[in-house]
Design a protein around this ligand. Structure first.
Ligand code: COA
Ligand code: AMP
Length: 631
């Protein structure tokens, strides 16, 4: 098939295009209205359709005679376990867990939080919720209790599902005390906590609300799938925004199921029953779309990998998993490849494995730098495909659509617009920019099926953040440009969101936390370039006058404050104490200028700067502290 023709069809006749795609999945009631609009003039897809995502992911394949196919391979180098589950086995466990949830009082329309490591029970929990129409909200296991509490208070779960522990390389992280602490911190109190005991020796303090996962599953009847409307929220997934409060991205059921089925075939080029591996975490959107729902809806075998690209036990892990499980398509973040490259620059480990099953390597989560792409291409003879998307979109927006036509790769570009996404580059005033001009990446409405429905119980923030800036267009928050062949290059966020090892974090939130320290008069947190993680946060702190605290003590306390409140995943290690921060005459902190100084980039001194002398002061502090380009 020809990409250009396919893409043009999707933009010119979106209803016809997405009606045809909707026919690729099974509905309890087929939608008669394909595209309509909500009160914000925002697209609603398939609004009178009825379906169930768990049915599509499991029961459908069993009914079609594929119950014995492996649905999930759990590969855990950290516990030295490999376990396979057939579609029959997954369905039985999920249906019983769903039955157990019903016996605890859960019903369609409720919400449940899932806080789990990368184990199959995390996927079972998600699917069990979907089975009975409970909206799940998975919280990444690396987030601290404070973050979990914020999400509990926002989506008000009736239930939390957790496990006794996660494992970070060589350390056991007891989850249950973290959940208890979060419930303590939160105003909303969930009624029950289901705990899956991994029996790895973690402390599991008992509380009255606890329910044992195994006992619940063992003692429960299987629950059937309930029919939900296409616009029923399958999940809420929180992501970092430009304020301290994370945004609850709401995903519908019908549009998402269609988009995922479409992505598996047309973007990833996955044939049914092939092994598909997204080395991410169920706490991120990649985990939702391409560890759990996408591969299962498409009847692939998905890999749940509990480990890291390095140190579990070494930089050969990825290649071992591909060879051992005959992975056809793999997805990871460029930072993972950079980590492997650092440990094994000559690709010695790669030579030890038979990677002949691998057809395509997809990369996303952050821009794929050219050096990483080149290293990959030098060592592994399969296409390495960068592609761009967001929690908000739920599936790729820019890509080389491998199931349609393999276009030549341009290093540094994430490819061309995916079908259904009419991507434009706008200037400050909403004027469309020409080829190679850098501006805001926006998408003309309607967005295709599967993208965000709203922000959880906060439609005003949804409109303010995404729709009001350029009426009629979705504002992505990223900058970029298109070349004269319509290849799109993403240059980075244009707001206070940073990307640390493929994890999206808010510097505004970190600033709130740093400022809460009693010795901090004011502060700025910025993202600076990092060879391994892409970006890392850097905090600049002005000490309160009269506060008698040693600099090293303050630095240490600030690092720990952020670690305690957000989690180790924030990766804040650098804190620089400065006399004052560069500001405009109206008092705005010049964060972009700070970033340019730290990254050693050329910059123009803003004409609005209050006092130019601060630039040299800050540079000197960076040199002293060996920050960024001064390392
Ligand atoms: N639970 C608890 N802690 C976690 C965690 C989790 N699920 N995930 C990460 N952390 C902790 C780590 O242990 C580390 O703690 P430390 O500071 O005490 O060492 C900290 O958070 C930072 O973790 P991470 O960003 O993973 O850094 P790392 O140095 O341990 O590993 C990489 C670096 C590049 C190997 C790793 O970040 C990686 O694999 N990245 C790929 C990420 C990815 O796939 N993202 C999905 C986007 S598609
Ligand atoms: P998340 O919502 O966590 O998936 O993060 C989305 C953000 O990550 C995007 O807005 C981009 O800033 C960045 N991102 C994701 N994939 C890419 C990519 N392939 N190239 C450049 N940036 C990316």
């Amino acid at each position: 098939m020809n990409y250009q023709e396919f893409y043009s069809q999707s933009c010119q006749l979106p209803e016809a295009f997405w009606k045809e795609q909707a026919d690729q999945i099974e509905w309890y009631t087929k939608p008669s209205t394909i595209l309509s609009k909500d009160d914000n003039d925002y697209p609603l897809w398939y609004k009178d359709g009825e379906l169930n995502a768990c049915y599509l992911a499991l029961d459908k394949h069993i009914q079609d005679g594929f119950g014995d196919q492996t649905a999930i391979i759990y590969d855990s180098p950290v516990t030295q376990t490999v376990k396979k589950y057939t579609y029959n086995e997954v369905k039985t466990e999920v249906a019983k867990l769903a039955g157990g949830m019903i016996s605890l009082g859960l019903k369609k329309g409720d919400t449940a939080v899932i806080y789990m490591p990368m184990i199959p029970q995390a996927a079972f929990a998600m699917l069990a919720c979907a089975r009975i129409g409970v909206t799940h909200s998975v919280v990444f296991g690396g987030f601290a209790p404070h973050e979990l509490a914020i999400r509990i208070d926002d989506c008000k779960p009736r239930l939390i599902i957790t496990a006794s522990s996660g494992i970070e390389i060589d350390r056991l992280i007891a989850y249950k005390p973290l959940v208890d602490e979060a419930i303590n911190l939160a105003e909303h109190k969930p009624k029950k906590v289901i705990v899956f005991n991994r029996k790895l020796g973690a402390r599991i303090p008992f509380k009255k609300y606890d329910v044992d996962y195994d006992a619940l599953v063992y003692g429960s009847e299987e629950a059937e799938c309930v029919s939900v409307n296409a616009t029923h929220p399958l999940y809420v997934l929180y992501t970092s925004g430009t304020t301290g409060k994370p945004k609850g991205i709401v995903r519908d059921t019908g549009g998402y199921a269609v988009a995922l089925k479409f992505s598996m075939q047309h973007i990833y080029g996955a044939k049914q029953d092939e092994v598909f591996w997204a080395a991410s975490d169920v706490g991120w959107v990649v985990g939702h779309s391409f560890i759990v729902y996408g591969p299962l809806i498409n009847r692939n075998t998905t890999v749940i990998f509990e480990g890291k690209p390095i140190r579990t036990p070494d930089a050969s892990t990825f290649w071992r998993v591909i060879a051992e499980h005959k992975v056809s398509i793999m997805f990871t973040a460029p930072t993972a490849i950079r980590a492997i490259k650092k440990e094994d620059p000559n690709g010695e480990f790669i030579k030890q494995y038979d990677l002949s099953s691998l057809r395509t390597q997809f990369l996303a989560g952050e821009r794929c730098d050219v050096a990483t792409l080149e290293w990959y291409r030098e060592h592994i003879p399969v296409p390495a495909i960068d592609h761009w998307w967001q929690t908000e979109s739920g599936w790729p927006m820019i890509c080389n659509m491998m199931g349609v036509e393999y276009l030549p790769i341009k290093p540094g570009s994430a490819g061309k617009a995916v079908t259904g996404y009419d991507i434009r580059i706008f200037g400050e005033n909403g004027q469309e920019l020409g080829s190679n001009e850098e501006g805001y990446v926006v998408i003309k409405l309607p967005l295709p099926p599967g993208t965000m429905l709203d922000l959880w119980k906060d439609n005003d923030r949804f409109k303010a953040g995404y729709l009001n800036r350029f009426p009629g267009y979705y504002f992505s928050g990223d900058g970029g440009f298109k070349d004269d062949e319509d290849y799109i290059f993403i240059t980075g966020r244009v707001d206070d969101v940073i990307n640390v090892a493929g994890h999206r974090l808010s510097t505004a939130e970190m600033e709130e936390i740093v400022s809460s320290h009693h010795s901090v008069a004011e502060c700025a947190v910025i993202g600076i370039n990092d060879e391994l993680k892409g970006q890392v946060p850097l905090a600049l702190v002005v000490n309160k006058s009269g506060e008698d605290i040693e600099h090293f003590q303050l630095q240490h306390e600030v690092v720990h404050l952020v670690r305690d409140q957000i989690g180790a995943v924030a990766s804040l290690r650098d804190v620089v104490i400065v006399q004052r921060l560069p500001k405009t005459r109206s008092g705005k902190i010049l964060r972009k200028l700070l970033r340019s100084i730290a990254d050693g980039e050329n910059f123009q001194v803003p004409s609005t700067i209050d006092d130019e002398a601060i630039i040299d002061e800050v540079r000197e502090e960076f040199i002293k502290a060996k920050i960024g380009s001064f390392r």
